[in-house]
Design a binder for this molecule. Structure first.
Ligand code: DNO
Ligand code: MN
Length: 358
């Protein structure tokens, strides 16, 4: 596996590439142009600036997370064709810099959704939390809460410009049934696959988080079956997964290790994190250590190892430790993600040793 770390860019992330350099075994920064709106072309000049910074600090820039998909593509409006053309241009520009994997998601309106960004855990740290009973009809209240707590930082999928017109967005998505959304996803992928072949870029879809419909809007990638449908729908080696253990693990019925074993050859990027479930349907993000949660991190690592996984990996969200909740981007502090990496390497190195490889 090739370890990476998500970095939000100079001026947009308190954590610098130089700090990340001190975490053992991190080869690449997972990056994006965070000031871009969905649908805008990423130009060569803009990408070049980030390249100089990332490569100058000794990292590769193989993985982008995310090039976000414009709502018109998800809704299936006639204007989607222009946005798809823009997407292809962005892919071609990214390929000039050797980018290999582009992550994206196909969730309508919201990206990941939590009701508490700084929920206290017994050890004195705090973490992202989902309180089931709070997710009812009031999407505006939830969006306001999230925007207020981002410490002024950009957060993909939670662009203030989009959040300002939530009612219009909900209206626009009203005719989009689950089946229509599948069709629109297929249309998008079939349109960009030739560009992926030409550029060598794998498209890696992130699962829906949480993996069920919220606020009456459909969500597609939720379990083994729907992932199977997705991979068959566009059966192409460039149509891949960003397999997120935390997103899938939010549904206790999902056996993440089994999903990895089943679809391993189509996983281009792995997000690894752990969740703890409560009997009332709430869940909390916790440390990466297997026994701290219910996601089965040891089995997940064993599954990747058994499959001979050579793709990219990153710790996904982490808890906020030692006071960093006062300033860090929720879920993206330094300390717990660094600890998570050491745990993942610990598992991996031992599996390699047991397999006689080191
Ligand atoms: C949560 C994060 C996501 C992810 C996007 C990818 O699990 O990994 O916010 O970055 O959904 O488009
Ligand atoms: Mn993820």
């Amino acid at each position: 596996m090739q370890m990476t770390f998500r970095w939000y860019g100079d001026g947009n992330d308190d954590i610098t590439p130089e700090m990340i350099r001190q975490i053992p075994g991190v080869g690449g920064l997972v990056w994006a142009l965070h000031d871009k709106q969905p649908g805008e072309i990423w130009t060569v000049e803009e990408i070049e600036k980030v390249r100089a910074r990332i490569e100058g600090a000794g990292f590769h820039m193989d993985v982008v997370e995310s090039v976000n998909v414009h709502d018109d593509i998800k809704i299936g409006l006639p204007t989607r064709d222009q946005y798809i053309e823009n997407y292809k241009t962005t892919l071609k520009n990214l390929a000039k810099f050797g980018v290999k994997v582009v992550t994206y998601n196909f969730m309508p309106i919201f990206d990941w959704t939590r009701t508490d960004l700084f929920h206290p855990l017994e050890d004195g740290s705090n973490a992202l939390y989902y309180e089931k009973s709070k997710i009812q009809d009031d999407y505006k209240e939830m969006a306001e809460y999230i925007l207020k707590n981002l410490h002024g930082k950009t957060f993909p999928g939670w662009e203030p410009e989009r959040m300002a017109k939530l009612d219009e967005l909900f209206e626009a998505y009203r005719p989009v049934t689950k089946e229509k959304l599948w069709e629109n996803l297929q249309y998008f992928l079939e349109a960009i696959m030739p560009t992926c072949h030409e550029t060598g870029i794998k498209m890696a879809i992130h699962q829906d988080d949480p993996p069920w419909d919220i606020f009456g809007i459909p969500r597609l990638l939720c379990d083994k079956e729907s992932i199977g449908r997705f991979l068959h729908m566009v059966d192409d080696e460039y149509n891949c997964l960003c397999l997120c253990s935390g997103s899938l693990g939010a549904n206790m019925k999902n056996n993440v290790a089994d999903i990895i074993r089943t679809y391993c050859d189509r996983i281009a990027f792995a997000h690894i994190r752990n969740l703890r479930h409560y009997p009332n349907g709430d869940f909390s993000e916790v440390s990466h250590r297997d026994c701290d949660g219910d996601t089965g991190i040891l089995e997940i690592m064993r599954a990747y190892h058994d499959c001979g996984y050579t793709g990219y990996v990153r710790p996904d969200h982490g808890r906020h430790l030692w006071g960093e909740e006062g300033h860090c981007r929720p879920g993206y502090g330094l300390y717990d993600r660094a600890l998570g990496i050491m745990y993942l390497w610990g598992c991996w190195d031992m599996l390699e040793r047991l397999g006689g490889k080191i």
